[in-house]
Ligand binder design. Sequence first.
Ligand SMILES: Cc1cc2nc3c(=O)[nH]c(=O)nc-3n(C[C@H](O)[C@H](O)[C@H](O)COP(=O)(O)OP(=O)(O)OC[C@H]3O[C@@H](n4cnc5c(N)ncnc54)[C@H](O)[C@@H]3O)c2cc1C
Length: 515
Amino acid sequence: MKNTIPQKILIVGGGTAGWMAAALLQAVWAKLGVQISLIESPDVPIIGVGEGSTPLLRRFFSILNISEEEWMPACNATYKAGIRFAGWSSHAGYEQYFHPFFSAVDRPAVQVFFNDCDQRRNAGSAHIHPDNYFLAAQLANNQLSPVAITSEQAPSLEYGYHFDSGLLGAFLRKHVVGLGLTHIADHVVQVKQAEDGSIASICSQANGELQADLYIDCTGFSGLLITQALGEKALPFKENLFNDSAMAVQTPLPENVAIPSETLSAALSAGWAWKIPLANRFGNGYVYSSAFISRDKAEQEFRDYLGIGGQDVAIKHLNMPVGRIQNHWKKNCLAIGLSQGFIEPLEATALMTTQATIENFINCIHHVSQVTDAVKDRFNFHVNQMIEGIRDYIVSHYCVNSRTDTDYWSACREDTKRSTELEELLGAWDKGSSLIELLMKQGARQNYYPESWYCLLAGNGRFKNAMSVAPVVPVAPVLPFVPRAPTYAAENFNHLKHHFTDHRKYLARIYGRVL
Ligand SMILES: Cc1cc2nc3c(=O)[nH]c(=O)nc-3n(C[C@H](O)[C@H](O)[C@H](O)COP(=O)(O)OP(=O)(O)OC[C@H]3O[C@@H](n4cnc5c(N)ncnc54)[C@H](O)[C@@H]3O)c2cc1C
């Protein structure tokens, strides 16, 4: 076995991050004789939110060799073609837009979209809207599955998932414990350090002292190992992102109605609300800034928005520290999940960051001949680049909003701190100069394709002479975007729609039962 691979790994924490780390490490290293254990406290609950993914989760299950037929029904999972943003712009014709996951089938559309946007940025006056170009937007508009039913000549689309986060953790636990991982239900009371500052052992209530070569901190926001024991400081993003609170509630999914294949992100007075369709219910949440609205007022607004004002439904409230640590891999400790940082869930990127960090760690270990401080520095640099790139994309949603109805939206537009790279990007877009060249120059820091940047900027109507209308107060359910004239996407959709079926019906095939 390669001598850089740790022989004994102890994962502390059994939330989604802990079980994802356990599953990936087990898949890659258990066959080499690496002993992996996971300890989770019976007294500290998991955060219990986090129900949307990006397409990267497909690779996770493919590495584990687990089919959709196996895991999706166990987690009440559905398909996600992208995210619909509603009410973020007050420019006429841009009341909403869809941010799709891009696929090979979109390549011709992308080129046309870029050209049309570039013309409009420079001189034109045509109405350019991303939903007029991409197949996924049309599939979501029609509540179709983004997975094709026929295999021959059917286009293969990228897609993500929605799932019950508690059930996903339980599914992964059963999977990895079945493959031999040691699972300890016990509370960690102390982290003992060696003279050099590394972790010497972990003391637990019932199982005493536990030792390993590598300790993985998956203890969530508490950062029991990396922050509390090793003293890694949080670097807050509160100047970039004002939202620091959230609330969540489940609502019923009526039987026999279509299941959307999209996440809805609707702007409210001091933040935004998510609506995530699972196979058996909706997950809803309001992410907001406590500096602009009180908890009670936010809850009332959220209840009204969902139409559950008078109902006796309990809403779960959460604090949301937004930021990151500097060293995700420090001494013999690796932080994964909320313990390494968190950016608000606007693009559902947390589990993607979790997965990417674990995969990068495994790759790094496989490619170096010795684990030195320089190796750790390089690893930490890349993880930080990834996190900051995601942060910039999220921040830009707030910078380009054009709502004027509340102080919150004005502050988000005018007062959010922007990185130099983000300033350059917005400047280049506004000036009409090449965004693609700039994105290439920014290189590794960029996690988002140019397509995503164009969708965000065009979808918010950030064009010269865009006409403003009264701010839109979104209502649930938000009606899908209806193109005004035959469009590229509509033609493409008409040509390809026979490959796709109703999302609920497609799920029934995967679930092996009527839904
Ligand atoms: C409002 C909100 C919405 C979100 N939406 C999304 C989304 O749509 N998509 C997405 O990808 N992510 C989302 N996330 C992030 C996502 O929820 C988390 O990344 C994910 O759940 C992983 O959490 P975790 O495992 O790091 O921490 P947790 O779930 O908090 O788990 C912590 C674990 O540590 C254990 N622990 C703590 N202390 C001890 C101790 N002393 N001894 C032993 N064990 C201990 C606990 O028992 C628990 O098992 C969202 C987050 C928030 C706040």
